[in-house]
Design a protein around this ligand. Structure first.
Ligand code: UD1
Length: 417
């Protein structure tokens, strides 16, 4: 199932239910390690990144059982093991296990974590912040060892609001002696979800969702039943697909209040949007217009993970769009593939592209090179005339449960092959 085949040019119609959030589920699964009891995590997406995290939890001695509604994780018996597998190399979120394992066991040895090929993705902020809490690191032969004789709360000032570093500090801090304050914390909704889960387990955390988070360490944690929120990035991908392909759709469970910047850009393109507690209703414009200047930024700014989906819609938007990527280098890998489909996108420099809207895209054979860019190519295929074949789809399955089923719900002609 390496390819997805789309017959484009059909406007999207109908309702699709938005899956649980990948970026919330992964750190929450890592956090189950801290609890030492059974947790039931509902609405956990069935995606390959979650399967990789589950295999790492199992390798550390957790009992994990999938049920229809979610996943049981029992972390009462943990064994220290060297985390050295494709699951670590291929998935940057395995880095969360650093804070979680140091918190639970005092030490961990793991391979340098991987992730999508979107720039250097250093881990200096993680190491520096955990170092301030008493964690010592050694790197040898591609293995990273972390250990702390005493894990202590600290006042940590992050020079960049890194999502992963904020999560790692929170995970370590709930187990540390004393209080931790994170200044310059990431404010993403997924941080809030992680803190909600930990608080439901008995942790004391205040300020999640703001740039200053306070954590009181050393409280006893208990297993709990928790529901992962819907994925704002999946919802945004489908929203921009609809803006590009046309139609009227309802994104059931889409977290409208967390998607302000996304809705604002889609609105500038002419989409009519109506947000309720149940989801987001989208009415695409008959022909999208350029959103002007779009710049990615940490939350609450426009998410880097939706930059490529927005690029697809902007490619069909009347006028000229300047798209600026400020979070990751090398995140315009999709541009060459979109140009094969007839888009007019000029790379001004590694962080900026200029898009001149064209009337139509044509189906083509294109290659997914990373998760979000791959999903954007599927969206482009829906909007294009004729047939598009997207290869390299395992990237897409890292984050989308079943993108073909979802778009079929919306009337698209799309199959995996
Ligand atoms: C998370 C998300 C990813 C999203 C990204 C930004 C998960 C599983 N992944 O990734 O989907 O695109 O947030 O919203 O939640 N940085 C450093 N040093 C570090 C760590 C990060 O310089 O030690 C830099 C990065 O290179 C990047 C910026 O900080 O330029 C933000 O990265 P970060 O927020 O850490 O992204 P991730 O947590 O990896």
């Amino acid at each position: 199932m390496d390819s997805i085949c789309v017959q484009g040019g059909i406007a999207l119609q109908g309702k699709v239910s938005i899956q649980g959030s990948k970026n919330a589920a992964l750190p929450i699964l890592a956090a189950t390690l801290l609890v030492g009891e059974r947790s039931f995590i509902r609405n956990c997406p069935r995606i390959t990144d979650v399967y990789a995290m589950v295999s790492l939890l199992k390798a550390m001695g957790c009992q994990v059982n999938w049920q229809e509604q979610g996943i049981w994780v029992d972390s009462s018996r943990i064994q220290k093991s060297v985390m050295q597998s494709e699951a670590v190399r291929g998935m940057r979120s395995s880095l969360c296990l650093l804070g979680a394992m140091v918190g639970r066991c005092g030490s961990v040895v793991m391979e340098h974590p991987g992730g999508c090929v979107i720039g250097r993705r250093p881990i200096d902020l993680h190491l520096c912040a955990l170092g301030q809490m008493g964690v010592e690191f050694e790197e040898e032969g591609g293995l990273l060892s972390a250990s702390a004789d005493r894990l202590c709360g600290a006042c940590i000032c992050l020079p960049k609001p890194s999502v992963g570093a904020t999560e790692n500090v929170i995970l370590a801090a709930v187990m540390a002696e004393g209080d931790t304050v994170i200044e310059g914390a990431a404010r993403e909704p997924e941080i809030v979800a992680l803190c909600d889960y930990l608080c439901a387990c008995g942790a004391w955390i205040r300020g999640a969702g703001t740039s200053c988070i306070r954590i009181r360490g050393g409280r006893t944690l208990y297993g709990t039943d928790f529901t992962v929120p819907a994925d704002r990035i999946v919802a945004g991908t489908y929203l921009f697909a609809c803006v590009a392909a046309g139609g009227n759709i309802f994104l059931e469970h889409a977290p409208g209040p967390d998607m302000g910047a996304v809705l604002e850009v889609a609105g500038r393109m002419g989409a009519k949007l109506c947000t309720s507690r149940d989801g987001i209703y989208v009415q695409a414009p008959s022909g999208p217009v350029s959103p002007g200047h779009v710049m990615t930024a940490p939350y609450p700014g426009f998410p880097t993970d939706l930059q490529s989906a927005a690029l697809v819609a902007a490619s069909l938007g009347e006028g000229t769009t300047l798209m600026e990527e400020t979070i990751f280098e090398n995140r315009f890998r999709v541009v060459g593939e979109l140009c094969k489909m007839g888009a007019s996108i000029e790379l001004l420099d590694p962080g900026r592209v200029l898009v001149r809207g064209v009337e139509t895209l044509q189906g083509a054979c294109v290659e997914a090179r990373e998760l979000r860019g791959g999903a954007a190519l599927v969206a482009a295929g829906l909007a294009a005339r004729g047939e598009t074949v997207v290869r390299g789809c395992p990237y897409i399955y890292r984050g989308y449960e079943n993108i073909c089923r979802d778009f079929r719900e919306l009337g698209a002609r799309i199959i995996s092959a």
